[in-house]
Design a protein. Structure first.
Length: 196
């Protein structure tokens, strides 16, 4: 009997985990960033370090999004950054990648019954740094980006997922454009020109 209870408890934990983690789907794929040429860095290796750890509880909901901000950031690095040197390394540090859910006040009574209002606001925040090291010099940049969106009263799970996916896509578009521009402007010669 104890073994059966333990097995049932394990199944419940797995079921709950499956409910709280949304893998990317055909409707909500991981955004790609291949429309623009890559930023070529004068290093031999590029790695990603995710320091942000989702708390997995309210008000944070990034773990419920079809694509998390951290996963979008990793895809951006894969699509947009290239190691074009023979020595040194670049570390992309994701220190913030949250989505916070906030319930909004809505009208009640008869007037509320006949109106559809934004009921939930989602705010996404990203903070990304790129730290570059070579034997003769170092360089680093840091950017932050923030975006918000809202869903209406009675939004379906699909509508919520669509809103979260759109939020993450626009958030990373903002962060990626800012990061590419900042890298090109402020890295002390770490960005190299030409194709590879």
């Amino acid at each position: 009997m104890t073994a059966i209870r333990a097995a049932l408890a394990s199944l419940m934990v797995l079921a709950l985990a499956a409910c709280t983690m949304n893998p990317p789907s055909g409707d909500f794929p991981v955004p790609r960033y291949t429309d623009e040429p890559p930023v070529r860095l004068d290093v031999a290796d590029i790695r990603v370090e995710q320091r942000y750890q989702p708390p997995m509880e309210a008000p944070n909901v990034e773990h419920e999004a079809p694509v998390s901000p951290a996963d979008a950031a990793k895809q951006w690095v894969q699509d947009r950054l290239r190691a074009a040197g023979t020595q040194g390394s670049a570390t992309v540090v994701i220190s913030q990648a949250a989505i916070v859910r906030e319930k909004l006040e809505t009208k009640e009574g008869i007037s509320g019954f006949f109106t559809s209002e934004p009921a939930v606001r989602y705010t996404g925040d990203l903070e990304i740094a790129v730290k570059m090291r070579r034997p003769n010099r170092d360089g680093s940049v840091r950017i932050t980006a923030s975006r918000s969106t809202a869903t209406q009263e009675g939004a379906s799970p699909h509508e919520r997922d669509s809103a979260l996916h759109g939020l993450v896509t626009k958030l990373m578009d903002d962060a990626g454009a800012q990061l590419a521009e900042t890298l090109k402007a402020n890295t002390g010669g770490f960005v190299v020109s030409g194709a590879r």
